[in-house]
Design a protein around this ligand. Structure first.
Ligand code: PLP
Ligand code: LYS
Length: 432
């Protein structure tokens, strides 16, 4: 089973991505290696852009949520595809700006932006700052005043929707750390304050209910609840909000268990609900923003590892150890995530072996998958883990002083490095 059309088996029986033989990629660049199919990423960008244009009559913008995978090359690609971007830290903002991404299409998120980050956003003229809380609002008003600027903001709202996904990636419910709640009046208090602040221009509202969601209903409900809030704001303050950012969170196919929603269906249902509410409340249909991260990039990427020790513990389990692990992919350790895994140099052989894929860290929980079905591996084989484009490299660490892998983009049988492998010197660079 392949999660993406960019994956095939070539005449040598090797897994191929974007027309490149993965075994050759592993030899050329070394392992662990992340390979991402550029054409798939672009196709996802276009699918989102076209459907937002169609469903909202050109009155919307797709922001790539760059927390999923951030580097200069992806910001350049997002720029070429006429997307905006969502950044969530000074580091992501810096990288986007360094890549020449237009500041006015950058939306700056975060539940605890520092003063320095807010200054950076104001100095560079980002499109919108998505304000998370009242402390931030006050700081931003003061900072903008000192700079003689007006900050264009959206408020992050918790719409009170509990999306059915892993508890660590749910964000729309009242006990979430992100945003202002509707239920207890916090959100309305924020709006009223923002409207009195001299240096704040309140442009609209934002919500994001969670990630890896496989059901349209919570998105539809979020659209309706947010339109209801825009209506209340108008009733209570007379202010008509022009923008509504409905976040990201669209689920992707990691394994056969996942049944993602086609973007078109999502867009159709949610836009119908938003437009109906606009009509009911006598409001204009706001400018719509979406923030897909995972759905743009996850299935475009694979990670290649070299198999080391194979440890068969009779009647207990088989361990297949690889030259990476939780340092390049912490998602099993964090969310018990599932992947489809195969031996890339014997991709056409049956998967008749069961193994726990273990990383090389000093950590028993450093696994990529328990009881994975794979081809029987030998030391030196190349193991491929599918759908690792999102929240893998971006969550990578140097635990145990393991260098981060290289990342290559592939397209039409050609590859190019977009992030170099870290060296041991890189690891010591800031040591004093
Ligand atoms: C504010 C915000 N927008 C967008 C995203 C992107 O989510 P996803 O990658 O699930 O599309 C996230 C992450 O969950 C987020 O926190
Ligand atoms: N890091 C998470 C998603 C978090 C989304 C960001 N708010 C994952 O790997 O699934």
């Amino acid at each position: 089973m392949f999660v993406s059309d960019c994956l095939t088996v070539n005449q040598k029986g090797h897994l191929s991505i974007g027309g490149c033989d993965t075994v050759e990629l592993a030899h050329q660049y070394g392992t662990p290696l992340m390979a991402m199919d550029e054409d798939t990423i672009r196709a996802h960008c276009r699918a989102f852009r076209q459907s937002i244009d169609r469903c909202y009559d050109g009155n919307g913008l797709v922001l790539y949520a760059s927390k999923a995978f951030s580097c200069k090359a992806i910001y350049r690609l997002a720029k070429e595809e006429s997307l905006g971007v969502d950044v969530v830290s000074g580091g992501e903002l810096y990288t986007a700006l360094q890549a020449g991404f237009p500041a006015e299409r950058i939306y700056f998120h975060g539940n605890n932006k520092t003063r320095g980050e807010l200054e950076m956003a104001l100095d560079n003229g980002v499109g919108r700052i998505v304000v998370d809380n009242l402390t931030e609002l006050q700081t931003l008003d003061k900072l903008a005043g000192e700079k003689g600027k007006k900050a264009d903001i959206l408020f992050r709202i918790k719409p009170g929707i509990d999306a059915h996904t892993h508890q660590f990636i749910r964000t729309g419910q009242i006990d979430s750390k992100f945003g202002l709640a509707l239920e207890n009046g916090e959100a309305m208090e924020g709006v009223k304050k923002a409207l009195t602040y001299q240096n704040i221009n309140l442009c609209g509202m934002h919500c994001h209910i969670g990630s890896q969601i496989h059901d349209i209903s919570p998105f539809e409900l979020a659209g309706e609840v947010m339109m209801g809030f825009l209506h209340q704001v108008k009733e209570q303050t007379g202010h008509v909000m022009q923008e509504l950012n409905l976040g990201g969170g669209f689920g992707v196919k990691y394994t056969d268990e996942d049944h993602p929603i086609p973007y078109e269906d999502y867009m159709e249902r949610v836009s119908t609900a938003v437009k109906a509410k606009a009509k009911e409340y006598g409001l204009p249909v706001p400018f719509i923003l979406l923030e897909p991260g995972r759905s743009i990039i996850a299935t475009a990427g694979i990670t290649l590892y070299t198999v080391g020790a194979v440890k068969e513990i009779k009647d207990v389990r088989n361990y297949v150890s690889i030259d990476g692990g939780m340092t390049d992919n912490p998602r099993y350790a964090l969310y018990q995530s599932s992947y489809d895994i195969l031996v890339a140099n014997r991709a056409n052989e049956p998967k008749d072996y069961t193994a726990t894929i273990a990383g090389k860290c000093c950590e028993s929980g450093d696994l990529i998958q328990e009881n994975a079905s794979i081809q029987k591996p030998q030391p030196g084989d190349i193991l491929a883990v599918q759908a690792t484009g999102a929240y893998n490299y971006s969550m990578a660490s140097n635990y145990n002083r393991i260098p981060r892998p290289a990342v290559v983009f592939v397209s039409g049988g050609k590859s190019r490095e977009v992030i170099r492998r870290e060296s041991y010197e890189d690891l010591c660079r800031n040591d004093v």
